[in-house]
Design a protein around this ligand. Structure first.
Ligand code: DC
Length: 229
């Protein structure tokens, strides 16, 4: 049987990480995990339950009540996120959550809680995971690390179109503002800030379509598997 590896994909908001990680997993028969969805689900729990996440005691005891899982939706042919057994895929993509998720994901205890679960998902290899710290903290030993980049206005446009397809209201200005502030906060936080791992391969997809981006990444996987023997 062909060797299975872990593919870690990191980068700024909305540069196509989830699309690439999902399509790569489909092609390879791997499991795909959207780690950002987990930070979004924790944020949703805090907001829905009135948890003041700046209050450490309250925040830590709330984490004990959070169970995050994923399931495949046969109709949409997409994975969806569950929070305590309930599908919250649409709720976690709202602008409200996008505006609150960066401060929540900067909390050390939240990161420890989620990183432990993410690392378990990699126990059997055969995994693609996208996020901000996958190649640096979650899987520093990942066989293949990709750092995706993309032109800022293209990212905002793509996000804007994606939100509207999902029936989520937001103006282009709101999307631009959200991306800029998240990118800043995610790159400047104390715990596990976003940065390119030394051994990550940078892929700028500004001028690539999805199929080209996927082909590029698939070639990297094939090369890596051949190299590992
Ligand atoms: O991938 P996304 O844009 O849905 O992620 C939402 C937020 O979650 C992102 O702005 C920062 C945080 N995040 C993180 O801190 N670490 C990860 N591995 C993934 C996401």
């Amino acid at each position: 049987m062909e060797r299975k590896i872990i593919v870690a994909i990191d980068g700024h908001a909305s540069c196509g990480k989830s699309t690439l990680a999902r399509q790569l997993a489909n092609k390879l028969g791997y499991t795909y995990v959207d780690s950002g969805a987990m930070y979004r689900a924790v944020t949703l729990y805090f907001l829905e339950n009135g948890i003041d996440y700046r209050n450490k005691g309250q925040m830590i005891s709330a984490l004990k009540n959070i169970n995050i899982s994923f399931q495949y939706n046969e109709k949409t042919e997409m994975p969806e996120t569950l929070l305590n057994g309930k599908v919250v895929e649409k709720e976690i993509r709202s602008m409200k959550i996008s505006d609150e998720v960066s401060p929540v994901s900067a909390i050390k205890e939240v990161r420890e809680f989620l990183v432990a679960q993410q690392q378990q998902m990699g126990n059997h290899k055969g995994l693609t995971m996208d996020g901000r710290d996958i190649g640096t903290v979650v899987f520093p030993g990942a066989e293949l690390k990709i750092f995706l980049t993309s032109n800022e206005s293209i990212r905002a446009e793509r996000r804007f179109i994606e939100l509207h397809k999902k029936g989520i209201d937001a103006t282009l200005e709101e999307v631009i503002h959200n991306l800029e502030s998240r990118d800043y906060e995610d790159s400047h936080r104390i715990t596990s800030p976003l940065y390119k791992a030394g051994d990550a391969i940078e892929l700028d997809n500004t001028n690539l379509n999805e199929a080209q981006q996927l082909e590029f990444a698939l070639n990297l996987v094939r090369e890596k598997i051949a190299e590992l023997g």
